[in-house]
Every structure is written in C-alpha cells, then in structure tokens.
Design a protein around this ligand. Structure first.
Ligand code: R5P
Length: 293
C-alpha cells in the first residue's frame, strides 16, 4: 500500500496520488505555541510505502518537521519512506570557495540520507557533482523537467530562441530546444557575490528577430535573469519570456523581474508560486512507481 503525506501548500501531492492510485494519509503536523513540532499520524502505516511530498525551498524551518515525520513513519512500521522534494536545497555550496567554508551540500545530503530510504527530486543543481550518488547514500533519483519546458515553449512561443544564462544551463537548454525544435545559445556568467553577476555573450544577427526565452534551473535573487534581460535589450531584441524549473524568488525578486521588462515568467510547480504553469505531478508519479531496490 502506498500512502502519500502532503506537507506542501498546493495540489502537487494530490496530483501524484491521483496518478499512482495511492491513498492520501491522514495526519496532523503543526507547531506548538512554543514553536516545537506536534505530529500525529492517523493512518495505519505498518508495512506501507510512505511517500512524503515536500516543498523544501527556504528549507530551514521545513526540514526538521519533515525529518520528524520520516522518523515517526519508520517508528510506526512503514516499510520504506520516500521523500519527493522537487526542489533539492543546499546543492549550490558544493565546494569550499574560501578557506573555512562549509560544503553544506555534503552535510545536508548526509542528514537526509540518515532519515529517508529514497529521494526523488527534479533538476538538482549538479554542477561540480556528477550525480547525487556522490553525496547521497540512499537511492536518489534526479529527474529532468527539460522536456516539459521544451513542450511548453513549443505550445506557447512562436519562433523562439532559447537562451541559457551560463554554460551549466546548456544541459537543460539543449534538451528543451531539441524538444521545441528551435535554436539555442548560452551566455557566460561570472558571479561576483550572492546578489551580483556579470553576463557576457552576444546573439548573432540572424537570431535577433526571434522571441527570446531565458531558461534556467533556479531563479533565486533574479539577478542572473535581470542581467540577461539587460543584455538582450542592448541587442534590441524583444522582451524575453522566462522559464525556470524552480522559482525561489527571494525577497522582492519576482516584482523586480517584472519591472526589468520580462514579458512573462513561468515555472514548474516544484516550488508553489503564482508563476507555476508546468505540472510535475505526472513526471514524479511515473518515477515513484518504478522499482528502486
Ligand atoms: C546557478 O548556477 C543557477 O543555475 C542559477 O543561474 C542561479 O542559481 C540563479 O541565481 P540568482 O537568481 O540569484 O541570480
């Protein structure tokens, strides 16, 4: 029996449950007045395949309740605990860039690996790691939503040019462009600090009449996309559309991007946000039913 535990604020878990004929679990997870977590599981989880569907963007307040849920499921006899976290946090600090820095991606991976049996995520930020297996010791599956972004472009944008802000985005941009049947390019990016980047590159004249679609895995402060937007404006291209897998939109960045002249911003429902326009439920549901051990 598969039981889905929804600890998000949107319809993604419902979609996954519906696509896999799984039951929604009954439980109460809330904060006591002192901020500590209260948890009660009302479903019988003995021998169940328990699936936690979580949004782990802005992770710190969300991770401890999620780990308590995972441990409680194990204590009450669940056969396996799978965590579906479409956005996998703490992947960007993947090396000590300065002496003394924590490689927090490794420590976060060790923490999750101690509490769940299986992890399913989408387009994890694998930059200096070849795969999640380098840091996760449990079965960890990294799905890609690039084809879904490509399908969205094909259906919604005439004469598109897909543009990635940096060389790492090439993997998603190429896959999406092949699906959409359109040309693609990538710019170059140098990050100078948490909130500033320099974007370099150019668009060859024969591509400048196309509709620019900026495509990235994560939008965090929005600085990367705002700088790309400025470069496109300087090349006299039309206002870009933006497609991203994970829309974090730190602080006021969503409004700032709209002011920066972006025509439309569409994200997957990896992270609940008004820009969500691409549903990950079928992709995640297909993965959950695959054999994994
Ligand atoms: C970085 O390598 C990622 O692919 C994104 O480009 C980056 O995380 C975006 O961050 P921000 O929105 O803060 O510029």
């Amino acid at each position: 029996m598969r039981l889905v535990f929804d600890i998000r604020d949107d319809a993604l878990a419902n979609g996954i449950a519906a696509n896999t004929a799984a039951a929604r679990a009954a439980f109460e997870l809330r904060a006591f007045p002192d901020g500590e977590t209260y948890l009660r599981i009302d479903s019988d989880v003995r021998d169940a395949d328990a699936v936690i569907v979580a949004d782990l963007a802005r992770p710190n307040p969300k991770v401890l309740p999620m780990l308590l849920l995972a441990d409680t499921l194990r204590a009450q006899g669940a056969a396996a605990v799978t965590l579906i976290a479409p956005y996998l946090p703490y992947m960007r600090q993947d090396r000590a860039f300065n002496v003394g820095e924590s490689v927090s991606s490794r420590h976060f991976a060790a923490l999750l690996s101690a509490h769940v049996d299986r992890l399913i995520t989408v387009d994890a930020h694998l930059h200096r790691y070849a795969s999640l297996a380098e840091i996760y010791t449990v079965a960890a599956q990294n799905l890609s939503a690039a084809h879904l972004l490509g399908d969205w472009v094909r259906e919604h944008v005439p004469d598109p040019l897909l543009i990635g802000p940096d060389s790492e985005s090439g993997q998603w941009v190429q896959a999406a462009a092949e699906r959409a049947g359109c040309p693609w390019i990538v710019f170059g990016k140098t990050r100078t600090d948490d909130r500033s980047v320099r974007i370099s590159g150019s668009v060859e004249p024969s591509l400048r009449d196309r509709v620019p679609v900026l495509l990235d895995d994560v939008v965090s402060t929005g600085t990367t996309l705002a700088e790309c937007c400025a470069l496109l404006r300087a090349a006299h291209m039309s206002a870009p559309q933006v497609l991203a897998v994970h829309g974090i939109f730190a602080g006021e960045s969503f409004a700032a991007l709209e002011r920066a002249g972006i025509e439309r911003i569409v994200t997957t429902n990896s992270v609940p946000h008004p820009s969500n326009g691409i549903d990950l439920a079928p992709l995640l549901a297909a993965a959950i039913t695959e054999p994994w051990r």
